[in-house]
Design a protein around this ligand. Structure first.
Ligand code: ADP
Ligand code: MG
Ligand code: MG
Length: 212
């Protein structure tokens, strides 16, 4: 089962890479509003490195080791704040998933919560700072609620992805208090946070893959 889980993680990374590839210019334009415009290319570079690491890993490797390698590659190659945070979060996700015989939706929900905790610990952003955290925490909470109610993973992932999308859109009203967007904070008002939008895109892609 742990090899099957590693294969599922590899497929999800590939799907996320293609989703980000198709939005690379839009994400860059959003980051250019008040940041340095590299969010699309940075996310794509990170996901390409993560996929390469996952593809090159021993086929017998479990999900913990697979995500550890993918996360390290993402951090190393993406550059930028979001790359460091995504890489660390993937590593924390893998560590929390461990290598088990079975993964229940509740276990997966708890692992997502561990990844979110690592992201907050490392980045130090609080809700309302206008970062990806403003989409990640509502996603975590919606996923936990859905799995506690007994939803199967695909259904829980879809409802959480919808929540993340709405939350990411709502960051448009906020003024940035963290990251490179801060010096040009006022320009950002009226536009959503790029990292929140890319998170919501990846969350939707995960749900698409799980529904298949
Ligand atoms: P950089 O800002 O280094 O160019 P990116 O453009 O790839 O990196 O990513 C910018 C995104 O990173 C922001 O839109 C925001 O969502 C996220 N971000 C920045 N700082 C933090 C932080 N301290 N905690 C969480 N997320 C952050
Ligand atoms: Mg940037
Ligand atoms: Mg940058």
């Amino acid at each position: 089962a742990s090899i099957a889980a590693a294969g599922a993680a590899r497929n999800l990374l590939h799907a996320a890479r293609e989703a980000v590839r198709s939005e690379v210019d839009a994400l860059g334009a959003l980051d250019a509003v008040a940041g340095d415009g590299d969010h699309g290319v940075g996310m794509l570079r990170g996901l390409e490195a993560a996929c390469r690491a996952a593809d090159d890993a021993d086929p017998a490797v479990g999900i913990e080791e697979l995500l550890d390698g993918a996360g390290s590659a993402w951090s190393e190659k993406a550059g930028g704040t979001s790359g460091a945070l995504w890489g660390a979060a993937l590593g924390a996700l893998g560590a929390a998933l461990g290598d088990r015989e079975r993964y229940t939706p509740v276990v997966i929900g708890e692992a997502v919560a561990a990844a979110a905790e690592e992201l907050v610990r490392l980045g130090g952003a609080e809700p309302g700072d206008k970062t990806m955290v403003d989409a990640v925490l509502p996603y975590r909470d919606a996923l936990a609620r859905a799995v506690a109610d007994g939803a199967v993973l695909a259904v829980a992932a879809r409802s959480a992805a919808d929540v993340a999308r709405a939350a990411a859109d709502e960051t448009a009203a906020l003024t940035p208090r963290k990251g490179r967007a801060r010096p040009l904070a006022e320009r950002s008002v009226g536009h959503p946070d790029p990292g929140a939008i890319s998170f919501a895109l990846i969350a939707a892609t995960v749900a698409d893959v799980l529904e298949k």
